[in-house]
Design a protein around this ligand. Structure first.
Ligand code: CA
Length: 223
């Protein structure tokens, strides 16, 4: 999952980056609204966190510009504790949720996860598709009811594919959303992870849940 954080308080931004990365996410941090607009338009994100009080370009205008530019990923705004006006302005600009400062990181994380799964059409934190059950809170995976052990990379890959079912996902997209900070842009690495994940999901080679679309990428095919 790739997250954009637009926050001008350096210490908070740094803390968010560290914790989100520790939770398996790829994180870009922008320190002002203009930089946030650049990142937000240039890259594909699964979700964004936008502080409303920002230098250069305020958060409400930033969100309006992103929405005018057809950027549809969910956005959570950070607001001052008692400013209901800010919350209203942010939501009406196109944000999807808000959190008042100061906040607990766990609440931010839970809200971000909920936004991402809802934008993919899942209401439950347990994603169920074609005999695969992925618990996004416990980070556990079951196939036909039996628990399988995945590495963090394999889990993140499967979660991303399950959040985009029946869609062809390119290797570039997977690299950008899952592994940007860990690897060179080497598509062989993705092939290796997909191969391992396939063997764990389907050791007998019967279900073939992940199809290779030649020259385009992968698709988690489910009914
Ligand atoms: Ca601020």
């Amino acid at each position: 999952m790739r997250v954009l954080v637009v926050e001008d308080e350096t210490a908070l931004a740094q803390q968010l980056r560290e914790r989100l990365v520790a939770d398996g996410m790829v994180v870009d941090v922008a320190a002002d609204g203009r930089e946030g607009l650049y990142y937000g338009e240039e890259y594909g994100y699964d979700v964004a966190v936008v502080d409303l009080g920002l230098p250069e370009l305020d958060g409400v205008t930033l969100i309006q510009r992103l929405r005018e530019g057809e950027r549809r990923y969910p956005i959570l705004i950070l607001t001052a504790r008692d400013s209901w006006q800010d919350k209203v302005a942010g939501l009406e600009a196109g944000a999807d949720d808000y959190l008042a400062k100061p906040f607990h990181y766990e609440e931010l994380l839970a809200r971000l996860r909920a936004l991402v799964r809802r934008s993919s059409g899942f209401a439950s934190p347990v994603l169920r598709l074609g005999g695969i059950e992925l618990d996004t809170v416990a980070k556990e995976v079951k196939v036909s009811g039996s628990r399988i052990d995945l590495t963090a990379y394999e889990y993140n890959l499967l979660e991303y594919l399950m959040l985009h079912p029946n869609k062809v996902v390119s290797k570039t997209e997977l690299t950008e959303h899952l592994y940007a900070q860990d690897f060179e842009r080497d598509s062989n690495v993705i092939e290796v992870f997909v191969g391992r994940l396939r063997r764990k999901l389907d050791p007998e080679g019967e279900l073939r849940p992940i199809a290779t679309i030649r020259g385009q990428g992968y698709r988690l095919a489910v009914e």
